[in-house]
Design a protein around this ligand. Structure first.
Ligand SMILES: O=C[C@H](O)[C@H](O)[C@H](O)COP(=O)(O)O
Length: 233
């Protein structure tokens, strides 16, 4: 598939930032997939790193690739998190969670010193919001959480998979909220977080330090945010 050329280029480029001794956050999705494959090659060639995964799917792939996954009580730092995005703007604000991994992804992104976002060119937008914003919610009385979000103008849709309710790795549901355009992402994030039953939202506003954008001709472009003094723990 042609778009995979861009995803592959971005994923493989991100792996170049990994140095021996690092602890690496492994993202989720079809672009992070290529980064994990490349990291697997580096590990099998002798590079010593440790990793944590943002989903069960990525953890399984990492284990297949012989990437050492460490338990969270052994994590002393996370040097780099490499993850995909569903949308990103030039300010490095993101929508994530198209694959349902947003909660674990945000926990790792917050903990990491650097977050490298890998994506193909189709994900770069002027304004966030065309991609429906994933909001992870508790299953308890989810219908009431749904109504609260609907009343706030979120136009939520309960995510399904094979005609059943989609359930995240954490046992929650996802509401895909259709805003079309998000004018004030920070205000929206605060509003969503104030609704009881909302576990996490897919807005990642302050975490990415670099976008690595892959193009269909196999080239990449990087957009870097000035260092913000982010420390792991
Ligand atoms: O929940 C999934 C993640 O946020 C993914 O990183 C995001 O959906 C992008 O995935 P992909 O690279 O497959 O488009």
């Amino acid at each position: 598939m042609q778009t995979d050329i861009g995803k592959k280029a971005a994923g493989e480029k991100a792996a170049e930032y990994i140095k021996p001794g690092m602890t690496v956050g492994l993202g989720t999705g079809s672009t992070a997939y290529y980064a994990i494959l490349r990291i697997g090659e580096l590990v099998r060639a002798g590079m010593e790193i440790k990793a944590v995964a943002t989903s069960e799917q990525s953890e399984q792939l990492a284990r297949e690739q012989q990437i050492p996954i460490i338990p969270f009580d052994k994590v002393e730092k996370i040097d780099i998190d490499i993850d995909g995005a569903d949308e990103a703007d030039a300010q490095l604000q993101l929508i994530k969670g198209g694959g349902g991994a947003l909660l674990r992804e945000k926990i790792i992104a917050v903990a990491a010193k650097e977050m490298l976002v890998v994506m193909d060119e189709s994900k770069l937008v002027k304004q966030l919001g065309k991609f429906p914003l994933p909001v992870e919610i508790a299953t308890f009385a989810w219908e009431l959480t749904f109504k609260q979000l609907a009343a706030s103008g979120a136009n939520p849709v309960l995510r399904l998979k094979d005609n059943n309710r989609f359930v995240t790795d954490n046992g929650n549901y996802i509401l895909d909220c259709r805003y079309q355009k998000i004018h004030n992402a920070a205000a929206l994030e605060a509003q969503l977080n104030s609704v009881p039953g909302v576990v996490e939202n897919g807005l990642f506003l302050h975490y990415a330090s670099k976008l690595i954008i892959g193009y269909q001709d196999g080239t990449v472009r990087e957009i870097t945010r000035p260092y913000q003094g982010k420390k792991s723990f």
